[in-house]
Design a protein around this ligand. Sequence first.
Ligand SMILES: [Zn+2]
Length: 203
Amino acid sequence: MQLAEFALGPLETNSFLLHDEQRAVCIDVGGDPDEVLAYLSRNKLTLTHILITHLHFDHVLGAASLQKATQATLYCNHRDLPMLERQNYGGMFPPITPFSYSDLDEGPLPLPVAECSVLATPGHSPGSLSYYFAEAGVLFDGDVLFRQSIGRTDFYEGDFRTLAESIRNKIYTLPDSTRVCPGHGPSTSVRAEKISNPFVPGL
Ligand SMILES: [Zn+2]
């Protein structure tokens, strides 16, 4: 299993490609997906799925464009849908181009590239999903848990207690060695955050 990372869009949101040298899945599309498309084409990969961690604009700005270019199936959670219309920010950021989606919730998600477990991890947004790939030992958690930080809870339906519960019950219960790849900034591990995260200590 190979992992490629791209920082896309106005907030340099991490987008990830997980692939087996034939097929790939993409996690979040924070802006113009040209780099992602170039990588897919250079490595002769077929993108089968686009997995969205949550529907804040900076995680889906390039979703419609990537979907149009690849015909990949896009998954997100319906609890975040009301946010799609609430993110104008006085025209500070480009509007979200509509995309088609399939509703996804907690549970197993067999993908061509690997088995994935979908975890419901609300608190930063009501429909935040995290994607756990047990065999690769990697978690894509959007804006739930960052290295030495956690997601904001002052947006639509954000809630600190809910976020802390998601982190403790869904993320800190994964194997300590799990690599955590968040939506912004560097990756970390379950072990490192349990020991030293200043906002949600795990021990
Ligand atoms: Zn967010």
